[in-house]
Design a protein around this ligand. Sequence first.
Ligand SMILES: [Zn+2]
Length: 166
Amino acid sequence: MIDMITGAFGGLKSAAELAQSLLTLKTDSAVSTKAVELNRIIFDIQQKMFAIQADYAALLSRTGDLEAEIRDLKSWEEEKQRYQLHELAPGTFTHRLKPDCQGSEPLHDLCENCYQNGVKSILQAAGHKGSYPCFVCPKCKSEYLAERQSMPSYVVSLPSNPRTRF
Ligand SMILES: [Zn+2]
């Protein structure tokens, strides 16, 4: 396509030069008038070709963007298959890494809000709210309160008396 546009521009340039050379010949005024008219038509076509070239470049760019978008969607569709809906606390849902997909990764949950928007965002521990462990999404800042028993074991196993800790 770009070769065709370049070729068309080349043809128009030759035609314009030819029309210009007609004007330098010793000709009658009728031929001169027609040469001027021809020049005007060539100029008009050139302007249209420039517009086509710009449209084509925009179209190429848009196609590239869409291809990248499709690649991202396909990769997210594959990634989604590794997670399943998980009830972190009654009525509080996340998507948790499936045990058979865990491999060497630590167990983690994804933010449900971001998940639904096609974004992978791993929830991070953010202390406690009251006596409930709180997790926060680093992207959308959603907070998730977990049940007390879902606290990591090192937190719940600390002795209550500091003197017996070590
Ligand atoms: Zn989020």
